[in-house]
Design a protein around this ligand. Structure first.
Ligand code: ZN
Length: 120
C-alpha cells in the first residue's frame, strides 16, 4: 500500500503515483509547475550559458544582437579592407606586368622595324 507523503512544495499530504513511488511533489498544477521550474534551475545550473541570451530578451538581448552585428560588420569591414588591398595590389601587379609586356612588345617591334629598315 502506498504511503501518504508530504509535498515538498506546498507541504500538503498526498498519495504518490503508484508508477512513481519516489514522487516527492503532489500532482497539483502549481506544484508540478514549481517542480518544472526547479528542474530548469538545476538544468541551468549544469548548463549555465544555454539561456544566457534568451533569458534576457529585453534591452540586454538587443544589446547582444547589436554587439554581434557590430562585431560582424567590423570583421566584415576588415575583410573588405584586406580584400580591397589585395585586389589593389593584384591590379597594380597586373598593370605592371601589362606595361612591361607592352614595352617589350613595342621594343621588339621597333627592333624588328629597325632591322627591316636597315635592309639587306
Ligand atoms: Zn504540492
Amino acid at each position: 500500500m502506498t504511503e501518504e507523503r508530504t509535498c515538498k512544495v506546498c507541504g500538503k499530504a498526498f498519495l504518490p503515483n503508484k508508477y512513481r513511488p519516489n514522487q516527492e511533489i503532489c500532482s497539483s498544477l502549481e506544484c508540478q509547475y514549481q517542480r518544472q521550474l526547479d528542474n530548469m534551475k538545476t538544468w541551468r545550473g549544469r548548463n549555465p550559458n544555454y539561456f544566457k541570451y534568451k533569458e534576457n530578451q529585453d534591452s540586454s538581448w538587443k544589446e547582444t544582437c547589436r554587439q554581434r552585428s557590430l562585431d560582424w560588420r567590423k570583421e566584415h569591414q576588415e575583410y573588405l579592407k584586406l580584400y580591397r588591398e589585395e585586389h589593389r595590389g593584384r591590379h597594380r601587379d597586373y598593370m605592371r606586368k601589362y606595361m612591361r609586356d607592352y614595352r617589350k612588345k613595342r621594343s621588339m617591334l621597333q627592333a624588328g622595324a629597325g632591322e627591316k629598315s636597315t635592309g639587306v
